[in-house]
Design a protein around this ligand. Structure first.
Ligand code: PLP
Length: 430
């Protein structure tokens, strides 16, 4: 039979292999041809078996044309807005894949007629928030507020405390968003204090609703006073509560974070919240509460412009129903486990000749949530100059630079990614 290297498949035959042909369509024939020649050469050199030439070609080509890259979150910020906030659970990712095909998102399979869009996600939300009579989902938290302002207060007034006129991030200001809908803001109180009588004096025939905004990314301390949702609900107008973070029920580790079930129980008529903060789901805006008001929101012409796609509905439904989300799991991580992981990583790095130490740190919830909360955490400290190498490496790692060191904080990083982190540090050093 002679030399097996003489049986290396011809270029055209490899290019006709369906997976290689698909790559050629995506990446261009010349780019793929080059990979074919390289793989053939490696087979000739005996580096790979003749039967592995096609695999060798595919291994050299990028898997897709997607420009987004997976980033290891070693920043110690659980919900990093620049990293896309909440990572989805495996179950939610599988739901996305199912939804990506043709689905019954708006079809009643029983009758064959058009069905109500997103019933699964809406039912999941109503079950998770027993105090909500109805639910509606839009594109994000800002869209939820814009819809409430448009449907319930266009050409009318929204009464809101001065201390709650929040800027969220990237220049997004809640008062500017509300004003853009045509509603007029009626500010009450001062920066640090507001009383029930301030609200009462401002309410009149022009009032659309009273808005209570959770100051989710800052705390005011000292001589302060605010009015609770419970107290506001005694006024004779609807109360809309923007809780921001998206907790559906109280979280034991975040006692100061508002949640939808409690806010509605205390008398809010509508609660608005984000899907990709503490809920740990996809970007979405949730509107929960009184059936009649939610129906008005749903019927408003703007609702169509803020509508979410089938992917969001699928991921949200599975996120709400469980199992636990990566964000939920990150919140549960305790300091001792984190320290143990940091020690092991530091040891492996030291064994490979990289200066590394275990450092006690403080992680944060982030994503504009739980501003005062400090999560005790642990990090691996390496040389400061590695931060940039890590960020531009493969996979990229987002670390934190503090006190002349590059800290790889483990609180936001799932333990399954520790091996990848070690590999990334070793390649950054090289
Ligand atoms: C985050 C946040 C928003 C905006 O929500 P997005 O989902 O980012 O649009 C609005 N209000 C509060 C209180 C928030 O924390």
């Amino acid at each position: 039979m002679g030399d097996p290297r003489r049986h290396i498949p011809a270029t055209d035959r490899i290019l006709n292999e369906p997976r290689v042909a698909e790559a050629a369509e995506r990446l261009g024939r010349e780019r793929v041809k080059q990979a074919v020649h390289e793989a053939q050469q490696r087979a000739r050199d005996g580096e790979i078996a003749v039967q592995e030439v096609v695999e060798g070609v595919l291994a050299e080509l990028p898997e897709s044309t997607l420009s987004l890259r997976r980033v290891l979150n070693a920043s110690g910020v659980l919900l990093h807005t620049n990293l896309g906030r909440a990572p989805l659970s495996g179950a939610a990712v599988r739901a996305l894949t199912t939804a990506a095909g043709t689905t019954d998102v708006e079809l009643d399979l029983e009758t064959g007629h058009r069905g109500r869009r997103g019933t699964g996600a809406l039912a999941a939300l109503r079950e998770a928030v027993p105090t909500a009579q109805a639910a509606h989902v839009v594109n994000n938290g800002a869209a939820a507020l814009a819809l409430a302002a448009t449907a319930l207060a266009a050409d009318r007034e929204i009464v809101v405390a001065r201390g709650e006129l929040v800027e969220i991030g990237d220049g997004f200001r809640i008062p500017e968003l509300l004003a853009s809908t045509g509603a007029r803001l009626r500010e009450v109180g001062t920066t640090n204090r507001v009383h029930l009588s301030d609200y009462r004096d401002a309410i009149g025939p022009d009032t659309g609703f009273v808005l209570k905004v959770h100051p989710s990314n800052f705390v005011i301390s000292g001589f302060t006073s605010a009015v609770s949702v419970a107290a506001l609900s005694e006024l004779d107008v609807p109360v809309v509560a923007d809780i921001g973070s998206g907790l559906l029920s109280p979280h034991p580790r975040l006692p100061a974070e508002p949640d939808a079930t409690t806010a509605l129980a205390e008398g809010a008529d509508v609660v608005t919240a984000s899907g990709d903060k503490l809920l740990g789901g996809p970007q979405a805006g949730m509107l929960l509460g009184d059936a009649e008001l939610v129906e008005r929101l749903r019927r408003d012409p703007l609702a169509r412009a803020l509508r979410v796609d089938k992917l969001t509905l699928a991921a949200l439904e599975v996120t709400v129903r469980g199992p636990s989300t990566p964000t939920g799991q990150a919140l549960e991580r305790d300091e001792r486990q984190l320290w143990h992981r940091a020690e092991r990583i530091a040891e492996i790095l030291a064994g490979a000749g990289v200066a590394a130490e275990t450092v006690s740190t403080t992680a944060a919830v982030g994503g504009g949530g739980a501003p005062g909360v400090e999560l005790p955490s642990a990090a691996v400290g390496v040389a400061e100059h590695l931060a940039k190498q890590l960020r531009t490496g493969d996979p990229p790692v987002l670390a934190r630079v503090e006190q002349g060191r590059c800290l790889l904080d483990l609180h936001a990083l799932p333990p399954e990614e520790d091996t990848d982190l070690v590999r990334a540090v070793l390649s950054a050093v090289r």
